[in-house]
Ligand binder design. Structure first.
Ligand SMILES: C=C(O[C@@H]1C=C(C(=O)O)C=C[C@H]1O)C(=O)O
Ligand SMILES: NC(=O)CC[C@H](N)C(=O)O
Length: 744
């Protein structure tokens, strides 16, 4: 057996979809020992691609946004169907792939009357070819377009579904009558597809091998030239850009003291650490509700290093007190590698194993940083005067972590022989015996709230739906900005962002609350949504908790009512499913095969809303895990590759982000980005910046009489969205923050 036969090479052509790596993972399961290489549909033109095809066993053309009739959407795929006889190769198409095969052989492309995104349909099939030995198929669909085949044409139907009055009979699988081309319209790789997934891929491989044997096609060997043109097979594990020091017994360690102080509140610790001085930086990552558990409070010093970065720059600013220095990326190339390098130099050992944070970077990353990392050009990049940095982080050396589950308080420092630990342990023990002071309430007089205009928002919802009907997106998370101006003189007790945070925390206690004051930015968060956490290496587990599906709490509305409204709703489950599939893809892209959905569409209760929450976990294949140290960068790599959070963009992510830029008036800035930490022990925890507000601290406005806060809110728009309901949902989310300003 040649190496070509033993390790079949599969070429997957991606059309910038957000489910591609789920398909890749399914393909890896279906085709024993295969090596899968992934290119984009615009990487090569057909004349360049043709000679390469000879070194592959089969091609898979994936799903994607847009239309098979639009060159920009379909790229080289449209030219595959009429390659010369001697270049023929087995091809399997999915969704856009099927549509392209269909129109390549005379089918009519039509819009569905009722589009199907994230919905499950019963698929009827003929039990042969792709469906040999396949029983009942209930498959997930993500499409707005469909093909109507030519009677007696070269492409014929293998499966269909019955949409009854909505769309009638819709083609679900096809084959070419004499060329080795097969395709399905539904998504075999979706987490909710039952039957018709793995078996159909296996059947494709069986058919492809049969055709190859029959025609005597020989796969040419792989060459170094090909390797450098096509790249490495999936999964290509991240290789750190720098030499990471191995941890040794002489590596720096963490000084830790553990106290049993069940009555000590984060508030008290913050007050002791000088939070009331608004001139100084301060960070609190606060678990104010379940399932949050740990609250992390930084005790910052004059010498604490703050790192800021603006998208488009080739340097970071390093700030210690009043001293600011620019450092250019140079060989490190960008902010991600710069921070990776920085954290590699800070690795420590020996903190308490049960405590997720020992010290490290804490702060915020903007939505635009994520968009930029996806190589989407930013329309609204121009800086208008002073703005929030896109990365704004501080290196925390001294911290207190409160574990709400055990009542333990951990005092820790990364500074060798730091007497601060014992001193602080003493002070906290004393403080815990006293009754905690409560912040005096802020009473605002007439803050001016500038909401998005309803008619404009509704028009945008309809425009979003139009893009969805056209097949350009399956789901768009549309958002808008609200501005709150608080006349300072009228705010009793002056304007303290810390007290404002207390008001937010009491109105809307949330698992991922935060008070982050890293000038020029102050962020107050009451986020319910964890984006990504990474357990400490070795063998880190990546854990994501997307939320999609919201109902407002109301008097008399019980959990059972919320379950009917959420789990019982095709629309809400579809919204969530699309993001679950998208996040699976984001994770598969980095970690390889081991990605699991641990919880699908569970209803969780928050202060003002019920939400549908799913949990997805991934881990690196054991063979690719290092002995510990390279793993400490993995959480960062997964973060880089999965921003912005899929729940805030919609799917497919790239096209959705591009569309959203045309539908939203402002930069999202901190809203829709993430905040959290990267621990010196290698773990990370980042939450989605929603149900949050932020302000520029040192703007000219500071000297004015008005303090200006921004907040964003929005929701997922799908084909099933009702514009009025979406407007209301956006207001419900807004109100969870407006309460902190005395606005009902
Ligand atoms: C857009 C927001 O929230 C996002 C949208 C949700 C939804 O559409 O149901 C739920 C949680 C978030 O992922 C927001 O809070 O502003
Ligand atoms: N998932 C897909 O490939 C979708 C294909 C096409 N854009 C449609 O909406 O019909």
């Amino acid at each position: 057996m040649t190496i070509e036969e033993h390790h079949p090479r599969i070429l997957l052509i991606d059309s910038y979809d957000s489910f591609t790596f789920n398909l890749v993972s399914l393909c890896k399961q279906a085709i024993p020992n295969c090596h899968i290489y992934i290119i984009k549909n615009d990487t090569f033109i057909i004349s360049e691609l043709l000679p390469y095809l000879a070194s592959f066993s089969a091609v898979i053309v994936g799903p994607g946004p847009g239309s098979p009739n639009n060159d920009r959407d379909i790229g080289v795929i449209k030219d595959l169907w009429n390659i010369p006889e001697q270049s023929l190769i087995p091809i399997f198409g999915v969704c856009l792939g099927l549509q392209s095969l269909g129109v390549g052989y005379g089918a009519h492309l039509k819009r569905l009357q009722v589009v199907k995104h994230g919905q499950i349909s019963r698929i009827h099939h003929n039990g042969v070819e792709l469906f040999r030995g396949v029983g009942m198929v209930e498959a997930v669909r993500y499409h707005s377009l469909h093909v109507v085949l030519e009677d007696g044409g070269e492409v014929e139907e293998l499966a269909w579904t019955d949409d009854h009055a909505e769309n009638g009979r819709v083609v679900m699988a096809v084959r070419h009558t004499f060329k080795p081309f097969w395709a399905v319209q539904y998504h075999p790789e979706s987490i909710c597809t039952r039957g018709g997934g793995l078996e159909v891929m296996q059947n494709f491989w069986r058919l492809a091998q049969g055709w190859t044997r029959k025609t005597g096609r020989r796969v040419l060997p792989w060459t170094t030239a090909l390797a450098s043109t096509i790249g490495k097979p999936w999964p290509a594990f991240p290789v750190p850009s720098h030499q990471q020091p191995l941890l040794s017994v002489s590596s720096p360690t963490v000084s830790t003291q553990i106290l049993e102080l069940p009555n000590l509140a984060a508030y008290t610790v913050c007050e002791l650490f000088g939070v009331s001085n608004e001139e100084s930086p301060f960070v609190l990552l606060d678990s104010a509700a379940q399932p949050g558990r740990f609250s992390i409070i930084g005790s910052l010093m004059q010498t604490s290093l703050q790192i800021t970065y603006f998208v488009g720059d080739d340097f970071v600013s390093l700030i210690r007190g009043t001293h600011i220095m620019k450092e250019y990326f140079g060989r490190l190339d960008n902010i991600w590698t710069w921070l990776g390098d920085f954290m590699a130099s800070k690795r420590v050992r020996g903190g308490h194993p049960d405590i997720p944070f020992w010290g490290g970077l804490v702060g915020v990353l903007s939505y635009e940083l994520g968009v930029h990392s996806m190589h989407v050009s930013l329309d609204k990049l121009q800086r208008e005067g002073q703005e929030h940095p896109d990365a704004n982080l501080i290196f925390v050396e001294r911290s207190v972590v409160i574990d709400s589950a055990t009542g333990r308080v951990v005092v820790q420092s990364l500074i060798p022989d730091d007497s601060w630990v014992a001193d602080t342990a003493f002070i906290l023990s004393e403080a815990s015996t006293k009754t905690a002071r409560v912040a005096p309430p802020i009473i605002d007089v007439a803050p001016v709230v500038r909401l998005p205009e309803k008619c404009c928002y509704i028009a945008r919802i309809n425009a979003a739906k139009e893009r969805i009907f056209a097949g350009d997106s399956y789901e768009l998370c549309l958002t808008a900005r609200t501005t709150i101006s608080v006349p300072k003189a009228l705010s009793v007790h002056g304007s303290s962002s810390w007290r404002r945070y207390q008001a937010l925390r009491s109105k809307n206690p949330a698992p991922y609350s935060a008070y982050v004051r890293l000038h020029p930015t102050t962020l107050l968060s009451s986020s319910p949504e964890r984006f990504l956490s990474t357990s400490r290496p070795p063998n880190p587990v990546f854990h994501l908790r997307p939320i999609k599906g919201t109902v407002r709490k109301a008097p008399g509305r019980t959990r059972a009512d919320a379950e009917v409204a959420l789990v019982g709703s095709i629309k809400e489950v579809a919204e969530n499913l699309m993001i679950v599939d998208l996040i699976r893809h984001d994770l598969h892209a980095v970690v390889g095969e081991d990605v699991q959905v641990k919880q699908f569409c569970a209803v969780e209760e928050y202060e003002t809303v019920w939400q549908l929450v799913s949990v997805i976990e991934g881990r690196l294949e054991p063979s690719s895990c290092g002995t510990g140290d390279p793993d400490s960068q993995l959480g960062w790599e997964v973060l880089r590759r999965s921003l912005p959070p899929g729940s805030m963009t919609g799917a497919p992510k790239k096209r959705s982000v591009e569309i959203l830029q045309t539908l939203e008036d402002h930069k999202r800035s901190l809203y829709s980005g993430v905040f959290g930490y990267w621990c010196v022990g290698g773990g990370t925890d980042w939450s989605v910046t929603i149900r949050s507000c932020f302000k520029l601290d040192r703007s000219n406005a500071e000297h004015d009489a008005v303090e200006v806060w921004h907040l964003g809110a929005g929701g997922a728009i799908t084909a099933l969205s009702d514009a009025e309901d979406e407007w209301e949902e956006m207001l419900v989310k807004l109100k969870s923050v407006l309460g902190a300003f005395g606005v009902q």
